[in-house]
Design a protein around this ligand. Structure first.
Ligand code: CP
Length: 321
């Protein structure tokens, strides 16, 4: 594997999930694979889980790891070609990415969208230029439109915890309130992975959101779309709670009807559903404390599986170096 930026980079998601669970059972089995290999993790934005789980994954594989917090410690990067750099940007991405590629065998990049211009964000211009100019394999640590390591960990978690093997769990992605405008990267990516899992006969997938919060159709092929949260939750086995800003009215927080926060009362409608969230979560705004602190929450288990998702991807890349 030379690029991990979406579910489309994975030939067989069932096999990938099984590979992750094999690593979870035997984390240090491939320590020699990463010997004398270096992973560079480049952050344009903050992170807790992605930063630590990906570092730990690399260490489990015997790699060296370097972390660069470009947003705080790096030079301000220029991404446009043909501009005279007489403003605030100090270094062009052409040189910066190329130099990082000289020091690292594999690079990871986190680069959030600006949420001002939909076409610009959805072109993934920054991520794609970084991939092009660094000239080494790249793992997305969350880009403008996708968070594939998170979604892979989510699929691992659903597969691992589903007790009725041989039957398909009903998985619901449920929009939740927030005070800030958040990217669509996590729900886009979750939808994309779940739609692929649905095509492969692993799950049934529904998305519930208020009017105006529809995701881009490219990310939701085959998903059942509901505008009534309670209808969507009926019989759900997994509820994935997440806020996102509007794609249609790009980056905006729209008005929405009351009752979109997941709580124990709504849990009663489900089939004793397990509740997931990528974290960080705003308690009692997006998701109730009673759920987060209760027996149905999978959020910590899910965050733990970020390690095995990252280790599976890095192993696949090391095997092709
Ligand atoms: N879920 C997730 O990616 O967490 P961080 O932003 O803390 O890495």
């Amino acid at each position: 594997m030379k690029l991990f930026s979406s579910v489309h980079d994975v030939p067989d998601i069932k096999q990938f999930v099984n590979d992750a669970l094999a690593l979870k059972a035997n984390p240090y089995a491939h320590q020699s694979l990463g010997k004398n290999k270096t992973l560079g993790l480049v952050f344009m934005n903050p992170s807790l889980r992605t930063r630590l789980s990906t570092q730990k994954a690399a260490l489990n594989l015997g790699m060296n790891v370097m972390v660069m917090n470009m947003d705080k410690e790096g030079w301000a990067l220029e991404t446009q070609d043909g501009v005279v750099m007489n403003g605030t940007t100090v270094e062009h991405i052409r040189e910066a990415a190329a130099v990082m590629g000289m020091y690292c065998d594999i690079l990871g990049l986190r680069s959030f969208p600006k949420l001002h211009n939909r076409e610009e964000d959805y072109s993934e211009d920054f991520f794609n230029k970084f991939v092009k100019y660094c000239a080494v394999p790249v793992v997305s640590l969350e880009s403008a439109t996708r968070h594939p390591l998170q979604s892979f960990a989510d699929l691992i978690t659903i597969h691992e915890t589903w007790a009725n093997k041989g039957t398909k769990p009903k998985v619901v992605l449920a929009w939740a309130p927030h005070v800030k405008a958040l990217p669509q990267a996590v729900p886009n990516s979750f939808a994309e992975w779940m739609c692929k899992a649905q095509q492969d006969g692993m799950i049934d997938f529904t998305i519930a959101q208020p009017e105006g919060y529809e995701l881009a159709a490219d990310f939701t092929p085959g998903a059942k779309i509901e505008y009534d949260l309670e209808e969507a939750l009926a019989g759900a086995d997994y509820v994935y709670v997440k806020n996102w800003s509007s794609y249609k009215e790009y980056g905006k927080v729209l008005t929405y009807p009351d009752g979109w926060m997941m709580n124990n009362e709504k849990l009663q409608i489900t089939n004793h559903a397990k509740v997931m969230h990528c974290l960080p979560v705003r308690r009692d705004l997006e998701l109730s404390s009673e759920i987060l602190d209760g027996p149905n929450s999978l959020v910590i288990h899910e965050a733990g599986n970020r390690l095995w998702a990252a280790q599976t991807v890095l192993k696949a890349m090391l095997e092709k170096l």
